[in-house]
Design a protein around this ligand. Sequence first.
Ligand code: SAM
Ligand code: SF4
Length: 335
Amino acid sequence: MSENQAQLIDRFGRKVTYVRMSITDRCDFRCVYCMDEEMTFLPREQVLTLEEVIFLMRAFCELGVEKVRITGGEPLVRRNVDWLMAEIGKLKHTTALKELTLTTNGSQLRKYATHLVEAGVDRINISLDSLKKDRFKALTRTGDLDTVLDGIDAAKQAGFKRIKLNAVIMKGRNEDEVIDLALFAIKNNLDISYIEEMPLGHVTHQREESFCSSDEVLETLQTAFQLHQSTSKTGGPSRYYQLADSESKIGFISPHSHNFCESCNRVRVTTEGRLLLCLGQEDSVDLRGIIRRYPGDIERLKQAIIDSMDIKPEGHDFNISEQPIIFRHMSVTGG
Ligand code: SAM
Ligand code: SF4
């Protein structure tokens, strides 16, 4: 088979065309649903170097991967991230890669937004869970709302093809801001996705008490807006609705209430170079081991990735009342 053709097909006939790569487990925020107040981060030697990340992304994109999302932790706190993005961006000329995207908390966007567009980043997702300064601080523990809003402005000016906000909605925390967050997105011509909280890693609150389903969020939105189900797809797990009289799309990421496994087209690579075949299961392959044992041997790496398709599970099985079922934090896995 020639290079760049789709070669990643699992036992259930699903084609893998999307990779999410976590480039750091570190972050300048400590969001309550994502991290503990005190976190121990990985020692440097366990983290893939930027060169290793590029090598890995090249292997995936030569195997037919069309979309790469760089995430973390907070990807923009990693040194030389702009160089990394430009190197991955170049793969669009030589491999199947069509779209390069990034997920960020927005705190560093004033510094990086223009560089990211120049590097070939097409779209970005920015997390925003509250428009109230005190609450934003409480949810992120260390974040500053004004800095993030300024980052969103910088991103708008920089000229990404599309910007999407991500909001994790939690009962008793921010479920009363569902409509205000949508209005903010509409006013700024952004899309927005509402995310159900997932039981990844240990956190200090009881997740079943804060859990807010996408159906509840949708009901709230329908009191204020006319929403039409959209067929729009971005290659990710969101289900989309279109607003009447606005370009903004409203999405829902609902791992509990609307399982999206049957159409899953993605895999994740952790900060340590572990290939995770499913967000909610532990099946994985140690790609860092292969890269470090056989430096420069891209064919061997590609074969390991092809072989991994045999262990991609059929689906995940989250249960919010059992906490935590997966001991990895989202920051290690990459959201
Ligand atoms: N730091 C960046 C950010 O916050 O956007 C990128 C990494 S973060 C892990 C990616 C996404 O995962 C964010 O939108 C965040 O809100 C979401 N997230 C983190 N922990 C989560 C959890 N337990 N359940 C659902 N979403 C979560
Ligand atoms: Fe950091 Fe993103 Fe996790 Fe918040 S959700 S702690 S910003 S990695």
